[in-house]
Design a protein around this ligand. Sequence first.
Ligand code: SF4
Length: 276
Amino acid sequence: MQFTPKRKKSGGDIYTEKTACPIMIDLPHKEESRHCIECFRCVNPQAKGGLYMRLRHPGEEIEKIRSHNPGLAEIWFFFLGTGIALGGFLWLVLPQFQIWRQQIGAWMVNKEWWWVLESGPSWLMVVEPERREVFYWLDFMMIVGFMLGFMVLLASILFATTYASSYLSKKLSSTSESISIRFKELGYQYAPVAMVSLIIGLGAKLFDLLKEIGLSSNMVSNTKVFLFAIGMIWSLWLAHKILQTQGVNLSRRWLAMLPGAVGSLAVGYSWWVAIF
Ligand code: SF4
């Protein structure tokens, strides 16, 4: 749903203190939904002005992101959030992580840095001897380093694929927008894949609940696969719609969609390794 002005003024969102909105949105100019906290204060069905609530299909704002003030900070959140969520799973399952841990640990011990085999403060890392879970400084540095490294790697892949899509979009369309404007819009194609990644990655307890209501482990895994498949198809759909607004002809649009599909597949492959 979305709160939309009954009498809209053009020009995009602006902010003012002379408004009923606690976020200081100038109501007749409201176009974006990202800052609205949906408090209903601006909604009065009897009034001629103000806002009304309308239903919209999911993703509508991203399909028309050009008129909804795309922002680089949001794109970086998609790129980095996906990577850090995946990194948090992959260190648990990749044998290579254990090999690196052994090698780096041995190298540090050879240097007589004994402190790496001591545990740190419990507000920083897991120190629960009664549960036989005690992390050392070595674990802390390895896990944080691995997660950050994977975040940078995946963000680089998504950056490269988005840039390739933007470059192709510029080459294949007759409109004049620069590659950087196209990049800012096409980065949003990863919103569904990124959000599903965060749900799967950070919502472990949510899926535990499914087991408690009687679903088998297989069914829970299939639910995750299903969610991810929807995310990927939705990402492709968004790329198709965004490229349409960028003036890329339907017959050649698939070419500019290819790098985006590669990026989604890279995320999908990493999840496959991590949890399926
Ligand atoms: S619902 Fe609340 S936050 Fe959103 S535009 Fe209206 S007054 Fe502002």
